[in-house]
Design a protein around this ligand. Structure first.
Ligand SMILES: [Fe+2]
Length: 609
């Protein structure tokens, strides 16, 4: 369920495509006539090379390297390698890849733009190779002092091998793009894969091994064929996803202050611990299970209480319990799972919110398809929408040990994928701020048709009444706040402008403190024609004083200019109504569009060394 995660994805304008390509030998639907093809790469690049961007302009030299074996930690596991001999595994690989090609070409070829790699990976969604730390100049203004010593890291899908068949954007291997800002020296930029079990094994084998979750099982013949092939790979010892996980770690990042660790996250697996080295490089440490207490997957959107250092999280899945809640206390001890059996249907729950007293979930109309007949007769997708389902909000005490005190209230038509914040008001009310996804039926297949309208939702837990107020009519998602205010009443949020999703053409600042019946946009910066960014991230001038102005800080993001094929790191003044750009760093090459990012403070980076 990886990329459920990061939300948002799907067809991309096919007008410009990456170069260096060879045709895919399969019958093509008519919509592909204006598309050439992407390169099908069977071997990883291991030498210094010069690549080109979507416009054919040369990019800077990059070196793809294999990171040294990661250090072991007591509860962090490195992948187990396959046990077959090299000659037999080579023959197996040839046979399995031939069968994979057969399925891709004749049983389950790409049938829609949302899973056609020539469309999904076009323009600045095309993958890039790894890049070691590379100095980059501050092209405009001066970087604020509060950024010094820290690093901005953004996660996103970047397939190691270009796909031979159907491919959804969610199915790409996680790559971290890191801008380190050392004190007294120029910034450095690097791009590194998260060395997941999947990435590591496929690199060793030299080709793709894992089936794609979001694009590999369309209809019964494809399910049977890919299932049989995966079973053969497993039984032959080529891969062991049961022991090592299936995660792509392509969705988000989190620094957990109670364990002093940085994680790359994807909701289909355990967190992958990573660190930033003193020279600005990224190293993967391995899967982390919190002293053996986390045996299954974890959300890509854990919530961190900045005042208590507690971490709250959950997982969801296709079999009961469909939702499981847990927290990791301030002493780094993961507390027992709290299974939520009152969620009675498998539902896509990508994010949640916390208050000082509660954890808040949304049971929405985007559902996990577990009906075999749907696979045979329907779209065959794991994810779908149920227009007959009535959405609900579920509220459980945040230190609950079971679900006895969980309260569900119906909120028809409320389909939250990402939460922004929530807090308690009075004795009986909670307030939540979140984008509500309109037209949920398009969530995976036609994301460009989805509109996300930010709402303030007020729930009275005593009476069960719900009040809803639209905050803005614009298409907004990927919302963040000053992280000091997570779970506490706050005023300001910073959100990406979908144009259309998943491309972000600007950032708006919302003030939801008053005026519940009018548009609450109080700041805006559009990036300009042909320029697109990603999720904004707020960095406060002070990270510890709640008395400081909530918006006293900066909004940062990578922004790509499709006109010239260049990317920048933008720093915007959060207090300014125009979100004035105070600094820009020219990056050594383009950064593909991706999912969620994080700014890691100087003091936290030092804890990772
Ligand atoms: Fe997300």
């Amino acid at each position: 369920m990886e990329a459920f995660s990061s939300s948002l994805f799907s067809p991309i304008c096919p007008s410009r495509l990456i170069l260096r390509v060879t045709p895919i030998p399969s019958p093509r639907p008519s919509y592909r006539n204006n598309i050439s093809a992407v390169r099908i790469q069977e071997k990883p690049t291991t030498t210094t090379s010069t690549s080109s961007n979507t416009l054919g302009r040369p990019e800077s030299k990059s070196t793809t390297t294999t990171a040294p074996p990661p250090p072991q930690k007591s509860t962090t596991n490195t992948p187990r390698r396959p046990t077959t001999s090299s000659s037999s595994s080579s023959l197996q690989t040839v046979i399995f890849n031939a069968l994979d090609d057969l399925i891709d070409n004749f049983i389950d070829p790409p049938t829609t733009p949302s899973v056609d790699p020539t469309s999904v990976l076009s323009d600045n969604f095309a993958p890039v190779e790894e890049m070691p730390p590379t100095e980059c100049p501050v092209a405009e203004g001066t970087l604020p002092a509060c950024l010094e010593g820290g690093a901005y890291i953004r996660n996103g899908p970047n397939p190691q091998y270009l796909p031979r068949g159907p491919f959804h954007l969610f199915d790409g291997d996680g790559m971290l793009h890191c801008l380190s800002i050392p004190q007294g020296r120029p910034p450095t930029f690097c791009s590194r894969y998260v060395q997941t079990y999947k990435y590591t094994l496929e690199r060793q084998v030299g080709s793709r091994v894992f089936p794609n979750v979001f694009s590999g099982f369309n209809g019964l013949p494809a399910v049977l064929a890919r299932g049989a092939l995966s079973a053969a790979r497993f039984l032959s010892g080529q891969f062991d996803p049961i022991s090592n996980g299936v995660g792509l770690a392509n969705t988000s990042l989190a620094f957990l202050p109670n364990v002093n660790m940085l994680f790359a996250l994807g909701e289909a697996d355990l967190p992958y611990a990573v660190r930033v080295t003193s020279d600005g490089d990224i190293r993967t440490i391995g899967r982390h299970d919190f002293d053996g207490k986390l045996s299954m997957s974890m959300t890509a959107h854990p919530k961190i209480d900045a005042q208590t250092n507690e971490v709250f999280a959950f997982r969801y899945g296709p079999v009961p319990p469909f939702l499981t809640y847990f927290h990791i206390d301030a002493n780094s001890s993961k507390q027992p799972d709290v299974p939520i059996f009152s969620l009675t249907t498998p539902t896509f729950i990508h994010d949640f919110a916390i208050t000082k007293k509660y954890a808040v979930f949304a049971d929405i109309q985007i559902v996990i398809n577990t009906n075999p007949m749907e696979m045979v007769l329907g779209s065959g997708s794991f994810v779908g929408s149920d227009p007959k389902k009535v959405s609900r909000i579920g509220v459980i005490p945040r230190y609950a040990t079971d679900e006895k005190e969980m309260r569900w209230v119906e909120v028809p038509g409320f389909n939250m994928v990402h939460a922004i914040n929530a807090w308690d008001e009075g004795e009986d009310e909670i307030v939540m701020i979140a984008p509500n996804i309109i037209s949920v039926e398009h969530t995976l297949e036609r994301m460009e048709l989805v509109h996300a309208s930010v709402e303030k939702v007020r729930v009275n837990l005593k009476t069960g009444t719900v009040q809803r107020y639209p905050i803005s009519a614009r298409n907004l998602d990927f919302g963040v706040i000053n992280p000091r205010f997570v779970g506490r009443k706050n005023r300001f949020g910073y959100l990406g402008v979908g144009d259309p999703m998943p491309k972000i053409s600007g950032v708006v600042k919302l003030d939801w403190s008053e005026g519940e019946h009018k548009d609450r946009i109080v700041g805006c910066r559009m990036f300009g024609e042909g320029c697109y960014g990603g999720e904004p991230y707020f960095v406060g001038k002070s990270e510890s004083d709640l008395d400081e102005d909530e918006d006293d800080g900066y909004v940062v993001s990578y922004v790509h200019d499709e006109n010239v094929g260049e990317s920048k790191f933008l720093v915007m003044d959060a207090k300014s109504p125009s979100l004035e750009v105070v600094a820009a760093v020219k990056l050594p090459r383009r950064v593909p569009y991706g999912f969620h990012g994080l700014f890691v403070q100087d003091r936290d980076l030092k804890k990772l060394l």
